[in-house]
Design a protein around this ligand. Structure first.
Ligand code: S3P
Length: 169
């Protein structure tokens, strides 16, 4: 039985891009929880947050994680907050290996600051909001991860190669 490879980490850590390329390399299905939530709700993440609120979003996120983890042999990229609920972590860890894509705050913020599709940053002080979230979550990512990959100075391809080596041993 092949395990799921689950990519976790803060916004901007490259989970979706790395996941897509990794799945291609490993010739297995790729699932992105944010995309699945958008398909299920027929709305963009920002619209879901605006119309129904974060807790509605988190409930759908948990439901999707429960569903996707029923299968194995997939690469799953999770939204940055997916690990905040223990039940999600438990589902993801069952038959899955959790890989934390790690990078310093400055690198992450640089990657996300120009995009408007992250509702948690729609605040008066987006950088401060992002930093507060990052500081609060770092220890959670570290704690739940089975493996950590530093992505700060790496291309997507290099990160994919590194993960492939780690999971194929
Ligand atoms: C979130 C991260 C986003 C998305 C939502 C909430 C978070 O995903 O799930 O905006 O709580 O960190 P990405 O990490 O893919 O940006």
């Amino acid at each position: 039985m092949k395990k799921n490879i689950v990519l976790i980490g803060f916004m901007g850590s490259g989970k979706t891009q790395v996941g897509r390329e990794l799945a291609k390399e490993l010739d297995c299905p790729f699932l992105d929880t944010d995309s699945l939530i958008e398909e299920r709700c027929r709305q963009k993440i920002t619209a879901i947050f605006a119309d129904k609120g974060e807790s509605f979003f988190r409930d759908i996120e948990s439901q999707i994680i429960d569903e996707v983890t029923a299968k194995d042999g997939q690469v799953i990229s999770c939204g940055g907050g997916a690990i905040l609920r223990n039940e999600n972590v438990n589902y993801l860890k069952t038959g899955g290996i959790l890989i934390y894509l790690k990078a310093p705050f400055e690198v992450l913020y640089d990657r996300i600051k120009a995009s408007s599709d992250r509702p948690l940053l729609h605040t008066a002080e987006p950088e401060q909001s992002a930093r507060a979230l990052w500081e609060a979550r770092q220890s959670v990512y570290e704690r739940v991860a089975d493996l950590t990959v530093d992505t700060a100075q790496k291309t997507i391809t290099k990160t994919v190669k590194e993960i492939k080596q780690l999971v194929e041993v």
